[in-house]
Structures are given as structure tokens and as C-alpha cells.
Design a protein around this ligand. Structure first.
Ligand code: DX5
Ligand code: ZN
Length: 232
């Protein structure tokens, strides 16, 4: 299985969001995305409270794990009470578990929850929404393996990229250790991917621009989301 937290990446990593997959054929879509060159699979969890939508629960994550035993599962908890879900997702094959800074009561709360995720054998991630002030998150990012910047207001796939979040990406990038990842999520297509990579992002989530396209194109699209080839 891929380790996304290596100090020297040779290219940006791509995580298709299964929110845009065909739920009636989820195992097949996960397998085909991995075969097409995806590095991770992004699993969007919505509780109908933190965001105005419901998506999937731990059993669906477990089904993805069963379909793709070697895929890195990147779970994004858009929920009001993330702690409640750590163990159910860890037990169902999650590798990274990210939760939102907006639902943290304090810096200490965020650090405690990051450690709880680590204690379950998973990598913790912290997520920030477009309107949220970056200053509430910067003091805790050292405790996380990944920092996820939302480039849409969470809740739904297929929304337009919000370019203002790129400044946030640049500020975070300056403060990350080489083995920490900077992830972006929402409205990513080959054009916005370039802008995000330029702002220091090295892990890109893409839902509709992969699963929303005809299957034979997935490989080519995933490759184009990585931006121009660099000399590694
Ligand atoms: C938004 C989710 C995203 C979403 C991205 O609430 O967190 O992961 O699936 O979908 P696209 O790529 O279609 O914007
Ligand atoms: Zn997401």
C-alpha cells in the first residue's frame, strides 16, 4: 500500500472521491479508479448536521476496503462529532481520518483527537472550510499528517472551485514539514489542479472530474490532474 507521508514526493497524489462514483457498482468503480492510476480513494462522510446532506457510513468504507484491499482510504469526516466515528472507520479499513477545525472546541481538543486517531493506527488530518479564518488552524497543524483545504463549501459534489482558498494553501505550505501533505478538495479539474499545485498542494481530491467522466478517460484525466511532469 502507498505511504502518502514520505518526505519527497515525485509527483502530486490524486484521490478520486467516491461520492461521485456509481453507488450501485461501488466496488467496481473503486477498483477501476485504482487501475486507472489513482493513488488513494477519498471517502466523504456527511452527517446531515455539520453539512446539509447525508452520504455514507462505516459499512460503505468497509465495502471499499473489501473491494480494494491495497487501496489507501482517505476518510473525510464532515460531521459535528468526529470522535464518535474514529473507531468505526478505523475498524472498517480507514487509513487517514480527517475532521474539521470548525467543530473543535480548543487547540487542546484538536490535539487530543489527533492523538486518538493515531492510537487507532490511522493518520490524522485537519480540514478547514473556505470561510474559516486560517489563524484558528495554524497553531495545531504540527499535530497532523495532512491538512485539507476545502475549495468548496462542503456538502455536495460538483460545485465550482473557490480560488480565494489558494492564499490559504500558500500560507499553510510554508509551515508544513516535508512529510506532511497539503490536500485540496472541491471543484478540482485539470485547470484548477494546476493552480492548486502552484500554491503548494500535493494531494488532490477529485470527484466529478473523474467518476463523472466516461470510464475509458479516467486514466488520462488522473494523469492530467497531476500537472506537468517534473524531473524527479
Ligand atoms: C464536498 C466533498 C468533496 C467532493 C468533491 O463536500 O468533500 O470531496 O466529493 O467533489 P467534486 O470534485 O465533484 O467537487
Ligand atoms: Zn472530501
Amino acid at each position: 500500500m502507498l505511504d502518502p507521508f514520505t518526505a519527497h514526493l515525485t509527483r502530486p497524489l490524486i484521490a478520486p472521491s467516491i461520492l461521485a462514483a456509481d453507488f450501485a457498482n461501488l466496488g467496481r468503480d473503486c477498483q477501476d479508479a485504482m487501475k486507472a492510476g489513482a493513488d488513494l480513494l477519498h471517502v466523504d462522510i456527511m452527517d446531515g448536521h455539520f453539512v446539509p446532506n447525508l452520504s455514507m457510513g462505516p459499512a460503505i468504507c468497509g465495502a471499499c476496503r473489501a473491494a480494494c484491499p491495497d487501496a489507501y482510504l482517505d476518510v473525510h469526516l464532515m460531521v459535528s462529532d468526529p470522535q464518535f466515528f474514529f473507531r468505526p472507520f478505523a475498524d472498517n479499513g480507514a487509513n487517514a481520518i480527517s475532521f474539521h477545525i470548525e467543530v473543535m472546541e480548543s487547540e487542546r481538543h484538536a490535539r487530543t483527537l489527533a492523538q486518538e486517531v493515531r492510537d487507532l493506527g490511522c493518520s490524522p488530518g485537519i480540514v478547514i472550510n473556505p470561510p474559516t479564518d486560517i489563524r484558528i488552524m495554524l497553531p495545531v497543524i504540527d499535530a497532523f499528517d495532512l491538512v485539507l483545504v476545502m475549495s468548496v463549501n462542503p456538502g455536495f459534489g460538483g460545485q465550482a472551485f473557490i480560488p480565494e482558498v489558494l492564499d490559504k494553501c500558500r500560507l499553510i505550505r510554508e509551515r508544513l514539514r516535508p512529510e506532511q501533505r497539503l490536500e485540496i478538495d472541491g471543484g478540482i479539474n485539470p485547470q484548477t489542479a494546476l493552480e492548486a499545485i502552484d500554491a503548494g498542494v500535493d494531494l488532490l481530491v477529485a470527484g466529478s472530474s473523474v467518476f463523472g467522466k466516461p470510464r475509458p478517460q479516467w486514466g488520462e484525466i488522473i494523469e492530467s490532474l497531476r500537472g506537468p511532469k517534473t524531473h524527479a
